[in-house]
Design a protein around this ligand. Structure first.
Ligand SMILES: Cc1cc2nc3c(=O)[nH]c(=O)nc-3n(C[C@H](O)[C@H](O)[C@H](O)COP(=O)(O)O)c2cc1C
Length: 276
């Protein structure tokens, strides 16, 4: 049930909710107010565009109270966004102290708003919150790599991992996880239209939001290769479902240093402007 409710005292019958519905679920009823078209309940994507676009907050759907939405009159401006995007960095030095659980919960709640290829798709973010658990993940991963090296079963292309194990064992240099206290694994159910993209988008949002909160992150391809190719059983033990695509992994924590300015990238991405 969509539970569409119109507060007739607030509704100005502008029809924006009807026009913006991507699947034309709504129409004006005989009383002049928006209503659900007969038989169209099942078509609803539950995207809540109707609730978001209502200028007077008169529309409730799926049990959502429009007064509980955040107002959109104070978005970060272009300059702030530019500084955030240009000012993010790959952080490879972390303080050992963990990020507060409440801060991690806030990050998770906000990135759950990232778009996915299918509305209401159940993405999963597997997060290592406890730094002691992260140490176990680290040990287990290097342990699995050691076994792979000793049994000559390092997957092709990952030969360099032998050096990473040795650095860890001999010098406690952690190339895979950079000593970070936290790991985030983004996964999405197989069979969805875009599992990899869903994960990358979610982590991209995570990275920027974390940066705005003074945290550091690193896209961790090395950890992804090591864990998915050499010790998938560890990921299983961590609760990542077998029927999920692991889109990417990211380490994060409180940075042990501070960047004071942006870098200056030479050249832009190639922009191919189409003229047909
Ligand atoms: C998909 C992806 C995977 C990456 N994997 C690693 C990694 O495993 N280890 C690492 O140290 N850096 C990794 N990086 C970081 C890049 O090397 C980094 O973006 C590059 O050095 C530029 O630095 P910046 O991010 O500070 O601008 C990765 C970046 C991306 C986007």
């Amino acid at each position: 049930m969509l539970h569409l409710k119109i507060d007739q005292e607030k509704c100005v019958t502008c029809g924006e909710c009807i026009s913006d519905c991507p699947v034309m679920v709504l129409k004006f009823g005989g009383d002049g107010y928006p209503m659900v078209r007969k038989g169209k309940e099942v078509t609803c994507l539950q995207c809540q565009h109707c609730l978001a676009i209502c200028p007077t907050g008169a529309l409730s759907i799926c049990g959502k109270d429009p007064d509980q939405s955040l107002p959109l009159d104070n978005l970060p401006d272009e300059g702030q966004m530019e500084r955030l995007i240009k000012g993010r960095r790959s952080v490879r030095r972390y303080k050992p102290e963990p990020v507060d659980a409440a801060v991690i919960s806030k990050l998770m709640a906000v990135i759950s708003n990232a778009p996915t290829g299918k509305n209401n798709l159940q993405m999963m973010y597997t997060v290592v919150e406890d730094a002691a658990v992260m140490d176990k993940v680290r040990e287990a991963t290097y342990g699995a790599l050691r076994k792979a090296v000793d049994s000559d079963s390092v997957p092709p292309g990952l030969e360099l991992f032998k050096q990473f194990v040795e650095l860890w064992e001999n010098k406690r240099v952690d190339v895979l996880f950079r000593g970070a206290p936290h790991l985030l694994v983004a996964s999405s159910p197989n069979g969805g239209p875009s599992p990899e993209a869903d994960c990358i988008i979610g982590l991209s949002y995570f990275e920027l939001l974390a940066r705005s909160m003074g945290l550091g992150t690193l896209w961790d391809g090395l950890a992804k290769w090591a864990m998915t190719l050499v010790c998938p059983e560890l990921l299983r033990k961590m609760g990542v479902p077998d029927d999920h695509t692991i889109g990417y992994m990211m380490i994060f924590g409180k940075p042990a240093m501070k960047y004071h300015r942006t870098v200056q990238r030479d050249g832009m991405a190639v922009i191919n402007r189409v003229e047909l």
